[in-house]
Design a protein around this ligand. Structure first.
Ligand code: NAD
Ligand code: ZN
Length: 341
């Protein structure tokens, strides 16, 4: 089968033939329809320090996808051949304390599809049936292929109650933009998104942000005054991984505010702890998606009118994957979808 393989220790990926995956007793085999390119895939493409120490050379990558089940192991229950599925990319151990308590997203033995084991940028993907998630008929393939990052946005945005709250989102990457749409959908009062990239800020507005702020030109304080916000933001969602964005967020939180951290800052990033202590802030780290509460919430939000269409900005047949990756690298895109079928 064809797959996008890291053929050598350096930038890029190559579309080439690889061995078809094996299907264990508890696995499902998925014929891939569509995949999406994640920020992680961009790190792998560029072959940065993290990728070089994490990704085995010779492996094919990718973890955002939708497809259909074409085979399954003899122990699999609850799925049928032909089911349209996406899947949770974190494969958990099932025996640690958190797994046994149903908190699979906190498993300390997590393996990543397309990171620590072969991925979804391929004609076929084999995963444990436990990780597969059935997609209802009224959710089309394009949207189903981005459930992984949509799940990061959902997990983060729903970490705290947003109803009637003023929400600050730092970072208008695909995940930050989807979080803005979710915050709006569930009833936040003001949703303010910051970035340094005008293309993405425009997209954030299209997706429902009340105000998109380019921090190279505008001050958050002035935006708050303009909106009539006297005290500060009630909830902050950090989705850039940029230390100054986090610092600015802390400065503009109201006392008693709640902050969810998804963006991954450089190790040993320092902050002004006085902001946290004297304001009595609550800070929560977010990893992955809750299995499978986040997935059910995603479906429910789409079925209750959440519109993510503007984030799907580019579509390419997989043979044009280089153009797809270059589009993502340009910063002038939302999600980039590759069609395999
Ligand atoms: P992305 O890189 O596409 O988005 C980050 C955005 O931050 C970019 O648009 C960038 O222009 C913007 N930015 C840069 N400087 C800024 C500043 N000073 N203020 C505000 N914004 C600024 O990333 P993404 O794919 O949307 O993911 C968002 C973050 O979440 C990344 O840090 C990623 O590594 C992380 N992530 C974490 C998890 C997890 O499980 N915790 C999962 C997926 C992604
Ligand atoms: Zn575990």
């Amino acid at each position: 089968m064809k797959a996008l393989v890291k053929t050598e220790a350096g930038p890029g990926l190559k579309l080439q033939d690889v061995k078809e995956p094996e299907v264990g007793h508890n696995d499902v085999l998925i014929k891939i329809h569509k995949t999406a390119i994640c920020g992680t895939d961009i790190h792998i493409w560029k072959w940065d320090e993290w990728a070089a120490k994490t990704i085995p050379v010779g492996m094919h990558v990718g973890h955002e996808y939708v497809g259909e089940i074409v085979a399954m192991g003899q122990e699999v229950r609850g799925f049928n051949i032909g089911d349209r599925v996406s899947g949770e990319g974190h494969i958990t151990c099932g025996y640690c304390r958190n797994c046994r308590a149903g908190r699979r997203h906190l498993c300390r033995n997590t393996f990543g599809v397309g990171v620590n084991r072969p991925g979804a940028f391929a004609e076929l993907l084999s995963i444990p049936a436990f990780n597969a998630f059935k997609i209802p008929d009224n959710i089309r393939d394009d949207l189903a292929s981005i459930f992984d990052p949509f799940g990061n946005a959902t997990h983060t945005a729903l970490a705290f109650n947003l109803v009637g709250e003023d929400v600050l989102i730092t970072g208008a990457g695909p995940i930050g933009i989807m979080a803005a749409a979710i915050a709006r959908h569930v009833g936040a009062r003001f949703v303010v998104v910051t970035d340094v990239n005008d293309y993405r800020l425009e997209l954030a507005k299209k997706m429902g942000a009340h105000r998109a702020v380019n921090v190279t030109r505008e001050k958050l304080k002035d935006v708050m005054t303009e909106l009539g916000m006297v005290e500060g933001f009630d909830v902050g969602l950090e989705m850039s991984g940029v230390p100054t964005a986090f610092t600015t967020m802390l400065e503009h939180m109201n006392h008693g505010g709640k902050v969810a951290l998804l963006g991954i800052p450089p190790a040993n990033t320092a902050i002004d702890w006085n902001q946290v202590i004297f304001k009595g802030l609550e800070i929560k780290g977010i990893y992955g998606r809750e299995m499978f509460e986040t997935w059910y919430k995603m479906v429910a939000m789409l079925q209750s009118g959440l519109n993510l269409d503007p984030i799907l900005t580019h579509h390419f047949p997989v043979k044009d994957y280089v153009e797809g990756f270059e589009t993502m690298l340009s910063g002038k895109s939302g999600k980039v979808i590759l069609n395999w079928a």
